[in-house]
Design a binder for this molecule. Structure first.
Ligand code: P6P
Length: 333
């Protein structure tokens, strides 16, 4: 077997080690950071899977920076990931959907920063629908040895060195990229290991699924309504779980397109650039797909604030190209 081929069944630890051997300049810090994220994912897996058995479902009783009702598991996930990243010592700073400002880990020698949505889709927790963690990793810009600064975080998505998600579904999966393809690992809880199950994932260039909340139809831009009508004319299936990671993961494997356009409630879209859109855009491009905000590549957006939102159109390349013909069409009425 080609020594560069890493077989299905390989543990995440061994996969990371083998990949590191392919990049002699790698210092092992990013590898350790990925291990820290996987550890936190295992802990959240345990909490999510017993959520109904302990008093950990339901609202926490406070709101996050977005003004959204925090779920108890939201807060638990945020605490767990921040603690794992602090203890891992590779990360100098974190931004989280659940916290307003920059989290200084005090690891000022850490060379990386992390943007994270600790538990996306958390409103689905109480009804046992799949939820997920989304993460982006960047190299810091400020000097090693100093506290993190805002410019460390306000980097465009094309500067990511790694990104991925943990999907807590019928099985728990870790899917990530370091810019050299996308690989998927399933958590084998009896072993406590993430096991390689999907090697070098490529999303089909076309699919027959479109995902959007059609309850927002009346406030969708006309070009989006016309595109959705086109999807219906092609007899595509509408599949929308209301949990971004689950919707994205299904479309990644089956082919499809996910749309969160501007709406009356959210005139810049609902999803957050730094810890939702950028990570998924990096993944989908590595898998052969595309991601835009309707005007530009998500990964080219220059952030101006930590929690800024943007419209998100993401999925199979040919479906994204078709959408673009609708978005570019001048509306002659
Ligand atoms: P809506 C969950 O709150 C989330 O951020 C994503 O996981 C999901 O895709 C989206 O919002 C659902 O939003 O407005 O359709 O309920």
């Amino acid at each position: 077997m080609d020594k560069h081929v890493i077989p299905i069944g390989t543990t995440l630890d061994r996969f990371i080690m083998r990949k590191e051997q392919q990049f002699p300049y790698a210092s092992g810090e990013l590898s350790q950071l990925l291990r820290d994220i996987a550890l936190a994912g295992k802990i959240i897996h345990r909490e999510v899977n017993r959520a109904g058995l302990i008093d950990i479902t339901g609202a926490y009783g406070s709101q996050n920076i977005q003004g959204e009702e925090q779920q108890k598991l939201d807060v638990v996930a945020d605490v767990r990931f921040v603690r794992a990243l602090k203890n891992g010592r590779e990360v100098c700073g974190i931004i989280s959907e659940e916290q307003e400002g920059v989290i200084d880990t005090e690891n000022h020698d850490g060379r990386y920063i992390v943007a994270i949505d600790p538990l996306d889709g958390s409103s689905n927790i109480d009804v046992n629908v799949s939820i997920g963690t989304i993460f982006s990793i960047y190299r810091r810009i400020s000097p090693v040895g100093s506290p993190p600064v805002m410019e460390d975080f306000l980097q465009p998505g094309h500067k990511q060195v790694a990104a991925g998600y943990v999907l807590y579904g019928s099985s728990t999966m870790l899917v990530y990229t370091t810019g050299y393809g996308v690989n998927g690992f399933t958590y084998e809880q009896t072993l406590g290991e993430f096991i390689l199950c999907d090697v070098d994932i490529h999303t089909p260039p076309v699919g027959k699924i479109y995902s959007t909340n059609e309850g927002n139809w009346n406030s969708f831009p006309p070009q989006i309504r016309e595109y959705i009508d086109f999807c219906k004319s092609q007899c595509y299936s509408s599949r929308y779980i209301g949990s971004l990671v689950a919707d994205f993961h299904r479309n990644l494997f089956k082919g499809g397109i996910y749309l969160y356009p501007p709406t009356q409630k959210a005139n810049n879209g609902k999803l957050r650039l730094m810890y939702e859109c950028n990570a998924l855009a990096f993944l989908v491009e590595q898998a052969g797909g595309k991601a835009t905000d309707g005007k530009q590549r998500i990964l080219d957006i220059q952030p101006t604030s930590l929690h800024q939102r943007c419209p998100l159109y993401i999925g199979s390349s040919q479906m994204m190209d078709k959408l673009d013909t609708f978005l570019q069409a001048t509306q002659v009425r």
